[in-house]
Design a binder for this molecule. Structure first.
Ligand SMILES: [Zn+2]
Length: 277
């Protein structure tokens, strides 16, 4: 199964499995939340961006960009590292307008026909907007291509997405910035919902893992992932520091649980989108 899965990764994205890490090496990370958008290209060349990700010890990353061109530039240089995810934004500033832009589904469909993406997102949607026609079409596109969605959404919008496709696989960006009890209830309700921890500092704000978050991680060991969120060019200078901070609090968890959050859960979602899980 591992062999078949590895072949799938190579075929779909040109990925090569990372070499086995010795225990002396830094904890391998799969960053679920990287963007390389047009204003980052202007100050940071693709080769420099890839070098930053590698220096931080990221073995893989879900990368989505405004526009998608940024993702493809990084993927061309680092197919082993960069897992392309298709964003519905052509430029910065479309987080609120895209749900009303009827040209978005056709743009996505055209790109999905041209190459393989692991998912669609990250997109922003809140509450009843998740039932707008453009969002509905995006949910159906992901279903058709059997790929996941990355939704920066409140719990209400997550419910609406799953009501449109109960079989959807959804990566919930920032765990929706919801409280631990809301996150727990939502993960409990939807077995194919994962959550990234980008911009969530509460799990380890005081330097040690907060008790309510530890309970959450232990109750849902297969659902959480780490993420940096390079949503502005400036965030690229924080990638290494963020990765080391994540390793610091992950080291306080049992090793198997830490590995799942650091790497394994994102890899599971990736393998599903490749049809190898
Ligand atoms: Zn983001």
């Amino acid at each position: 199964m591992r062999f078949v899965a590895a072949i799938g990764l190579v075929i779909a994205f040109g990925l090569i499995s990372p070499s086995p890490a010795s225990s002396a090496e830094r904890l391998a990370l799969f960053d679920a939340h990287i963007h390389y958008s047009h204003d980052a290209w202007e100050t940071l060349a693709p080769a420099e961006a890839v070098a930053i990700l590698r220096r931080a010890g990221l073995k893989r990353a879900f990368v989505s960009s405004s526009s998608d061109e940024g993702t493809l530039r990084l993927h061309a240089l680092a197919p082993d590292l960069v897992v392309p995810v298709l964003r519905p934004y052509r430029r910065r500033g479309e987080t609120g307008s895209w749900v009303h832009d009827a040209t978005v589904p056709a743009m996505l469909a055209e790109r999905l026909a041209a190459r393989r993406y692991a998912g669609i997102g990250e997109f922003h949607v809140h509450g009843a907007d998740a039932d707008l026609p453009v969002v509905r079409e995006v949910v159906q596109l992901a279903k058709h291509h059997r790929i996941f969605l990355i939704a920066h959404a409140d719990a209400n919008a997550v419910v609406r997405i799953f009501s449109q496709n109960p079989e959807a696989r959804v990566l919930w960006a920032h765990a929706g910035f919801e409280r631990p009890d809301v996150i727990a209830a939502t993960l409990d309700r939807y077995p194919t919902l994962w959550a990234d921890l980008a911009f969530r500092y509460e799990p380890a704000r005081a330097g040690s893992v907060a008790p309510d978050w530890r309970v959450l991680f232990e109750r849902f060991p297969d659902r959480f992932m780490v993420g940096t969120d390079t949503y502005t060019p400036e965030r690229w200078s924080d990638v290494t520091e963020h990765a080391d901070w994540a390793r610091g609090w992950l080291a306080q968890l049992p090793p198997e649980l830490a590995h799942r959050i650091a790497y394994g859960n994102a890899e599971t979602l990736l393998r599903w989108s490749l049809g190898t899980e």
